[in-house]
Design a protein around this ligand. Structure first.
Ligand code: ADP
Length: 393
């Protein structure tokens, strides 16, 4: 199998002699969401800076699509276009007087024509929900908005891989959630996304693959349930357990539930608990989940559907769905993990609506279908406006 990025016995020391990476060998599969997790000083940022050639290893090799990275100017330009890096501190990345100029910097440097640059910048700003922000000075924006401009600047070069160092540090919970969902959307669109974080809850619920690092080395690598299922290892790494795993471990220790693979999220934890409480199932009629595509339905139509269909909760998935809800003053109950929240509500008889957009549209219905086939729960899904054919989706 060819990996999109691979390191072979990679080592790196900074000028003052600090050994930041010690013989690191990892393989990253194309199209995955990968989280580098570890305490401060573990070597996460250093490894990320190696992935697109900003730092050059002292020894060892980095392969991109199976080919060793080269460090001449043309090769570096190519790799930095294909593997985009978003720095932890947006102020290190944004320097132009306006948002437009900042986002245009990358594609202009790649020698694109002015028309093509404009097209890419317009697309990237719309993608991150900042259409109309082009003339604003980046340093006047909020932390979340700056992060989105930095992401747009990378997106405008159409990279295959997006690397984000601590993408949610210094952001409030709502902005963090929006950034993480944007990364989910980018991944659904085919991009490999790599983040570093010491937020274990975020890594656990988001990543397909977790790489646990400490002292410049890789301690463990695998799906979150495997890596965070090893309590001793997590303690050794000076991290804490994701809250859902922590609760699961305590319930299992008390004998209230039987031990198996830890639940991935609150929905799975609730299902485990439910399976240990026979006869306690919800007896009423299940709620339904309505789904609409923000690009195909008007705000007024959504508002009247909310009234007519007795919808109790509304969630949005995807940046343009959230922009639409915000502009149309549709209050949102869920802005992250909306599908699972709607499933949880359906299971206790409450109906909800998910406003989706972009790559999230298909994802929403697939997730509900998948949950239904795994759990046996029959949740009614209704597309708005109804009736809807596949083409309308
Ligand atoms: P993390 O991203 O996991 O916090 P880093 O890659 O930033 O870890 O750091 C790994 C090690 O390298 C730490 O010991 C850190 O102090 C050191 N280090 C990072 N940047 C520099 C630098 N510019 N000069 C010297 N040492 C550095």
């Amino acid at each position: 199998m060819t990996f999109i990025l691979e390191t072979q016995e990679l080592s790196y020391s900074y000028g003052d002699g600090t050994e930041a990476l010690k013989s690191v060998s990892v393989c990253l599969e194309e199209g995955k969401k990968v989280a580098l997790v570890g305490p401060n000083g573990a070597g996460k940022s250093t490894l990320m800076l190696m992935f697109n050639g900003i730092l050059r290893p002292v020894s060892g090799t980095i392969l991109f699509h199976g080919q060793p990275l080269r460090y001449d100017a043309a090769s570096l330009r190519d790799i930095r276009k294909r593997v985009g890096m978003v720095f932890q501190n947006s102020d290190d990345q944004l320097f132009a007087p306006t948002v437009y100029q900042d986002v245009a910097f990358g594609p202009s440097n790649l020698g694109f024509s002015p028309e093509k640059v404009k097209r890419y910048v317009t697309y990237a700003l719309a993608y991150v929900g900042l259409s109309g922000y082009g003339r604003r000075p980046p340093h006047h924006l909020s932390g979340g908005e700056k992060k989105r401009v930095a992401i747009a600047g990378i997106l405008a070069m159409e990279p295959e891989v997006m690397i984000l160092d601590e993408p949610t540090s210094n952001l409030d919970p709502a902005s963090s959630e929006e950034i993480m969902e944007m990364l989910e959307e980018l991944n659904l669109g085919g991009k490999t996304v790599i983040i570093s974080t010491h937020d274990v809850d975020l890594a656990y619920r988001w990543a397909d693959e977790v790489i646990l690092m400490k002292d410049g080395g890789v301690m463990q690598k695998g799906p979150g349930q495997e890596v965070f299922g090893d309590v001793t290892l997590i303690r050794e790494a000076r991290l804490k357990l994701p809250i859902v795993v922590d609760i699961y471990q305590e319930l299992a220790a008390r004998g209230l539930i039987s031990r198996r693979t830890p639940p991935r999220n609150i929905l799975e934890l609730c299902d485990i608990l439910q399976s240990h409480a026979p006869g306690q199932e919800f007896q009423g009629t299940m709620g339904k989940i309505c789904i609409c595509n923000a690009d195909k339905i008007g705000a007024e139509e959504i508002k009247s559907a909310i009234k007519e269909q007795e919808i109790r909760f509304v969630g949005a998935m995807g940046t343009s769905a959230k922009v639409m809800a915000d502009k149309s003053r549709i209050p949102l109950d869920f802005t992250y993990g909306g599908i699972d929240k709607c499933i949880l509500k359906a299971l206790i008889g409450k109906s909800s609506l998910i406003i989706t957009s972009g790559g999230m549209v298909e994802h929403a219905s697939q997730r509900i279908e998948q949950y239904g086939s795994e759990s046996g729960a029959r949740i009614e899904v209704e597309w708005l406006p109804t009736p809807v054919t596949k083409e309308a989706i």
